[in-house]
Design a protein around this ligand. Structure first.
Ligand code: PEP
Ligand code: MN
Length: 297
């Protein structure tokens, strides 16, 4: 989304020179297999919060691929708030992700918690996810700068956009410019939702940075009934993609069941998104001409 630049943002963000938008560099398209993130298509990533079993993952992968997702999400290493909660299947989970990829052709995004796991996860993942809790893990960011894979960098739940871009700059400085930013909701005083989707973060980031920006309505909402509406809102303000949690039986999910969509709900979210995607795609094609006419970029 090409909102016009607020002069105050210039000084605030331009110091992160590798990720800030400039006249020479207004847009980065991150290429993952045959998918372009930050291009003309809004890319949907979907799957379970955690990889739990072969059946759970393969069924979900098939369902989300059929509904139009291009990337399969699924945590093999889980950052759980409680030490007693399911921590993920580790390497076994990575192998299941590979199997799901072989069967569906979906690209894979999965979280990396520690710099020690970067090399192993890079063998299986097309996109390396940095979770909200790890956004300021500088050792991890630094090693992701050398991993040779695109990075999905989630905004910390108490991080400003300046801090998010600072973390992106660290990855870029270490040698990796293939970064996708993700707004996943921030902590506010509101308790009706798990987090508050900071909808304005999307156009601000799209204005001040050349990196693609996606939204995670699932972790923002914390409740599944809000996910389709937040997804629509994110598309309407220019998100380059979405990452959404889907589970065959959310009530039995080992993590984040309350916010996970059933297959049917995901399909209907995708169907309902179509008119919004069509409008957004048209706007993206027209935008460069409109900006040229307005004499701005
Ligand atoms: C997740 O994607 O399952 C996750 C843990 O997300 P976040 O880091 O945004 O909380
Ligand atoms: Mn989750």
């Amino acid at each position: 989304m090409a909102a016009f630049m607020n002069p105050a943002w210039n000084g605030q963000f331009s110091c992160f020179d590798l990720v800030a938008k400039t006249e020479e560099r207004s847009r980065t398209v991150v290429r993952v297999r045959d998918i372009e993130i930050g291009g003309s298509e809004v890319v949907v990533m979907a799957g379970p919060c955690a990889v739990e079993s072969e059946r759970q993952l393969l069924e979900t992968a098939e369902a989300v691929a059929e509904a139009g997702a291009r990337v399969l999400r699924g945590g093999a290493y889980k950052p759980r708030s409680s030490p007693y909660a399911f921590q993920g299947l580790g390497i076994e989970g990575l192998k299941l992700l590979r199997k799901a990829q072989d069967e569906t052709g979906l690209a894979i995004v999965t979280e990396v918690l520690s710099e020690k796991d970067v090399d192993q996860i890079a063998e299986y993942a097309d996109i390396m996810q940095v979770g909200a809790r790890s956004m300021e893990n500088y050792a991890l960011l630094d090693s992701l700068g050398r991993c040779g894979r695109p990075v999905l960098l989630k905004r910390g739940m108490v991080a400003t956009l300046e801090e998010l871009l600072r973390s992106a700059q660290i990855i870029a400085l270490a040698g990796n410019p293939h970064i996708i930013l993700c707004e996943r909701g921030i902590r506010t005083f509101e308790t009706a939702t798990r987090n508050t989707l900071d909808i304005s973060a999307i156009p601000v980031l799209k204005t001040v940075s050349h990196l693609p920006v996606i939204a995670d309505p699932s972790h923002a909402a914390g409740v599944r009934c809000l996910v389709p509406m937040l997804a629509r809102a994110a598309v309407a303000v220019g998100a380059d993609g979405l990452i959404v949690e889907v589970h065959p039986s959310p009530e039995k999910a080992l993590s984040d069941g309350d916010q996970s969509l059933t297959f049917r709900e995901f399909r209907s979210m995708m169907d309902d998104l179509q008119p919004y995607l069509a409008i957004e795609q048209e706007a993206r094609q027209l935008r460069p001409q409109l900006l040229a006419l307005a004499g701005a970029d």
